[in-house]
Unconditional design. Sequence first.
Length: 323
Amino acid sequence: MRDRVIAVAWWLIVAGVLLLAPLRLRDRLPDPLATHWGSLGSVPDGSSSFIGFVIFTQVAWAVLWLVFFVLGNARGKQVRQRRMTSWGCLVGVGVVLLGAGLSTLSANLDVTGWQDALLPGWHIPLVIAAAIAAGGLAAYLGRGAPDEPSPEGQAPPMLRLRAGQRAVWVSRVVNRWLLVAVALGMVITVVTAALGLSGTVPGVAVTAILPGFVILFVAGLASVAVTVRVGADRIVIGFGPFGWPARRIRLSKVETAWAEERQPASHGGWGFRGMPGAATIMLRGGECLVLRYRSGGQLAISIDDAERGASLINALIAERVNS
């Protein structure tokens, strides 16, 4: 509760400064304001109206604050790193916006037109350094208590299999919201192609737009559903509504498996996240099947009935791989 109060107070402080400072100095500022400079200390090459500048800073801060606030308050067991990231970003981004806003006002102060607003070269590195320092300090102070022990450090769940017994576990998850988005993308793709063929839309525009829609449609289709099948000697992960393409992982490459609660906010959002060695297939928050490879890497998959799947995987590894 205390952390939430501090986060809201920080939002009000930054929003108040970003609003009150330009209003207090409005009579000494040109309209429009210089808001973009091509290089350090150069003549400005972009401008915005006074009202537009105020609205943009308020909206940008509100959106960024909300994103990092949600990140820090997402549920889950492994939260210390998430807390540190949330506090570091909340404070660091706030300092960046404060520094950028005040630097912009300072450059525009008492000039006759926005073209005359010069930005001193030392402003930008100073703002960046201040943001890094403030964000790092906030991350350290907001780290909180250590996390509870991870399931990977505990005895893994395991089924008991009779000699020669064959066992198969299959589970599937569908992201309905992404499915709707993919359907809309398909409609947009078809309509765009039809307009191009009919000549309603210039062919150049269709050529520029259509490939992007097709790529998004194919990528979205592959990530609307995931199916996991555990058999005698391998784990098969199928993507999309038809389970294709599929990734096959031999059980001999897996050291152990467990079920764990994970949330999109703590792993970069929905979809395929991470890099080789620390990857996540996140279609919905909640129960995930986590595999730890013998090489040391991990793969987490959001899937239903993950604990039963992990139990079977560990049993197969113990009785048929390690035996």
